[in-house]
Design a binder for this molecule. Sequence first.
Ligand SMILES: *[C@@H]1O[C@H](CO)[C@@H](O)[C@H](O)[C@H]1NC(C)=O
Ligand SMILES: *[C@@H]1O[C@H](CO)[C@@H](O)[C@H](O)[C@H]1NC(C)=O
Ligand SMILES: *[C@@H]1O[C@H](CO)[C@@H](O)[C@H](O)[C@H]1NC(C)=O
Ligand SMILES: *[C@@H]1O[C@H](CO)[C@@H](O)[C@H](O)[C@H]1NC(C)=O
Ligand SMILES: *[C@@H]1O[C@H](CO)[C@@H](O)[C@H](O)[C@H]1NC(C)=O
Length: 458
Amino acid sequence: MSRVAVRILWFAVFLLGSTLVLWGLLQDQVPQTYDTPAGGPQLVGTSRGHFPYVGTTSTPYFRPVPGGSSPKLRPPKSSRIWPTLHEREDRILTQLNLIPTNPKHKDQTEQKLILLYNGLPDGTLHGSARFRADGCPVDNCFVSNDRDVMDKADAVVFEGGMFDNVHQPRPPGQIWILFLLESPENVADFTSHRDVYNWTATYRLDSTINTPYERFIPYANASDVQLPPPRRNYAKGKTKKVAWFVSNCYSVNKRGAYATELAKYIAVDVYGACGNMTCLRDDRKRCYQMLTDTYKFYLAFENSNCRDYITEKFYWNALYNDIVPVVMGAHPDDYAAVAPPGSYIHVDDFESPRHLAEYLHKLDNNDTLYNEYFRWKGSGEFINTKYWCRLCSLVHEAASDRAPLAMWYGNMGRWWNGPGICVHPRTNDRWATWRNQTSFGDVFAAPNTLNVLHRVIH
Ligand SMILES: *[C@@H]1O[C@H](CO)[C@@H](O)[C@H](O)[C@H]1NC(C)=O
Ligand SMILES: *[C@@H]1O[C@H](CO)[C@@H](O)[C@H](O)[C@H]1NC(C)=O
Ligand SMILES: *[C@@H]1O[C@H](CO)[C@@H](O)[C@H](O)[C@H]1NC(C)=O
Ligand SMILES: *[C@@H]1O[C@H](CO)[C@@H](O)[C@H](O)[C@H]1NC(C)=O
Ligand SMILES: *[C@@H]1O[C@H](CO)[C@@H](O)[C@H](O)[C@H]1NC(C)=O
């Protein structure tokens, strides 16, 4: 195909994708049982949009942070590289430091070919340039978006749920990877995709390659018991209470209903299509500065309550702007596992929005208490999780003697969206909550969800 033809094709794909996304958003915006507050001017999009569907975002592949994984960071608790069904652990640092040792693949002399079936996301360099640019410890990999190499590829990455021909034959040893950025509420259902994918690359901690929006790693020297109070007063000069930037008024977890109830007891300024305040999208920096300077709390409410689903709303809108996040989304255990210690307030820790509001008033009236939420500052850093480097190392590692012989998800629908993964409002609830959930954890015990065939060691 000529270059022009390729461009036209890409443009067509982009248009189709954008149309689908817009259509999806319109569907989303139809209020169902919850009435959106009277709308004011349009506004803010602090979210990254739904671009992953059309493969044009670089997030969260990459976010350069100086330092990377270094000795000053607390070493990982486990040396495991591959996921297990029963233990959830952060394997990112271990994977980042992985150098495959198979003698047959010494120096990784055999280049691994990785096909991105749904194209190159924005900012992804073609070929091996990406791996070199990222300074990967193992960089002998080549990424391609040319489906003609499907027969030769060592690994194929499928993004979203746009692939139906899942049972087509594949060369022996070829690894199929499912890459997902959105929560199960917003992407395809994989119930028919049985025995298809070998690996997953998602925000889920138990993915083969965990691709979180951010990953905070404490410094080796940071106390586990009690961090020192911050040196400055983070409450100083803040005159307002709660802010929320939101453009998608309806969401399955009914976060808007929670915010509306909360607003009865404490001032909540809603910016964007669902509220009456405005901060222009094109001046994001100023919007963030306004958060930092004037507000005490930020509603980092995700659009769905699903295990591990913690996005930029938490990290970039709140933590990066010195404002205390009030979170709704992932299970409280999931925030506890990855968030900087003591950095947030989870709605499920309160009996009701009124109780939460009382607590926020208490913090608002006592700077000492408010500053407790900033003790984590300076106790660690958000690392560059180097997705491409880990992908390359793992594809090499998979060919080594110490890797399992085979690994695949027998029941992807169950792993991705089985019982206990997402919660919805029950008939007598106004919004989704993890409180009183009994099904939680079922998925990790489900048989045949992740199969691992170990090598027989003689
Ligand atoms: C801990 O290590 C970090 C990073 O090296 C350093 O900035 C910080 O000052 C150290 N803190 C203490 C208490 O030694
Ligand atoms: C936004 O709406 C709230 C409640 O309807 C009202 O109290 C407030 O004054 C309004 N703010 C602005 C800036 O119009
Ligand atoms: C603020 O909270 C701290 C810690 O609980 C407490 O010691 C202090 O007396 C409180 N200050 C006020 C003014 O209530
Ligand atoms: C990948 O998954 C397929 C389909 O379940 C399986 O047959 C194959 O052995 C797996 N390959 C590897 C390398 O794990
Ligand atoms: C959770 O369970 C407790 C005790 O069984 C009950 O009082 C409470 O109303 C329940 N909460 C929800 C949100 O269902």
